[in-house]
Design a protein around this ligand. Structure first.
Ligand code: UDP
Length: 323
């Protein structure tokens, strides 16, 4: 029988959000989604669209009437709604600030009266220019200057974190902050700059995979369902409240190596094309050389470890695409 508990997921039609919604419905929760469809898509929820446990409102958090009603009975909130993606950030920094500050504040304000636990998703971008080999939750954060639009996203999400902590301290709101590192899988679009869907698309079309810079920059890519598992475990962990957690994989790969593996695993005839940063992004864009989470804290609190290897991730993501 379906549980009576109602869970709110903002950004539930997005890439990570839609996988989370499916997971929560499968567990028997009722799920209410608020999404303004700015980067989310209703098709992402196609598989569960007729599930009686799902309710949706296609509106921003700050303007959703349904959300006000749902918050009177919600037992937890996953706040994923945000303006994301490096290209979007560089193109439209006003929107990034507006959405990431205003909508999060609206969400916290709605959760505060009944102290509904909120898991706020943040980003590895907040580690900014850190040159450490691994990023830990207590590190100082070194963000670039406001003359570089690139840092708008990091700064807006960091402000979300401070705001959430302020609600925790002043209003007793149970808050968990999850800093999500590179996450990949089905439904992620390359439209806003993300590298893996772009590489897979190019490899399938036998067109060049465009590697920016020297390609020696590294990332750790986490399978989206592993990310969802971590978020769910955090939400169920009362000791995690009031704290910040990195969520991601620790399998590090250079972007050049990623391109090679995609070509090899998909049996593609594509070649690799190096593209100077100045041509790939706006002039003055700064890429990060390395980004790897320390996840000891997440493991300690939740027992979570990412389980899916990069090769498996590439295979599964490609297999989920229409032929
Ligand atoms: N990248 C690339 N080709 C692309 C898109 C991205 O070489 O078509 C590079 C990008 O410069 C970065 C890495 O891939 O070094 C990961 O980019 P993404 O935007 O996916 O994530 P983030 O930069 O936020 O880690």
């Amino acid at each position: 029988m379906r549980s009576k508990r109602l869970i709110v997921v903002t950004g539930g039609a997005g890439f990570i959000g839609s996988h989370l919604v499916e997971r929560l419905l499968a567990e028997g929760f009722r799920v209410a989604v608020v999404d303004d469809l700015s980067t989310g898509r209703p098709e992402n929820l196609q598989a569960v669209a007729h599930d009686p446990g799902l309710a949706v409102d296609w509106a921003p958090v700050s303007r959703s009437r349904a959300l006000r009603r749902w918050m009177r009975q919600a037992s937890a909130v996953y706040h994923l709604a945000a303006a994301v993606g490096v290209e979007l950030v560089v193109r439209d920094p006003i929107r990034v600030c507006r959405v990431n500050l205003h909508e999060t504040e609206a969400m916290l304000e709605l959760a505060a009266p009944r102290r509904v636990p909120v898991l706020l998703t943040s980003t590895s971008e907040v580690y900014g220019r850190s040159a450490r080999p691994e990023f830990g939750e207590d590190d100082d954060l070194i963000i670039g200057p406001p003359t570089h639009a690139r840092w708008t996203y990091a700064c807006s999400k960091l402000m979300d974190e401070f705001l959430a902590m302020a609600y925790a301290h002043e209003r007793g709101l149970p808050i968990i902050i999850a800093r999500i590192f590179n996450t990949v899988g089905p439904r992620q679009t390359g439209q806003y700059g993300m590298v893996l869907p772009r590489f897979i698309e190019a490899a399938r079309a036998n067109t060049p995979l465009r590697v920016y810079g020297d390609g020696r920059q590294t990332r750790c890519f986490c399978w989206v369902l592993d990310t969802v598992e971590a978020l769910v475990r955090l939400q169920h962990c009362p000791q995690a409240r009031g704290q910040v957690f990195n969520v991601g994989s620790t399998e590090e790969v250079s972007i050049l190596e990623l391109a090679r593996r995609v070509i090899q695993l998909l049996g593609s005839r594509s070649r690799i094309e190096r593209v100077p940063y100045a041509r790939a992004y706006a002039p003055g864009f700064e890429d990060l050389r390395r980004r790897r989470p320390r996840i000891a804290k997440l493991v300690r609190y939740t027992g979570f470890r990412p389980r899916t290897s990069l090769d498996e991730i590439i295979r599964r993501t490609a297999a989920a695409l229409p032929a």
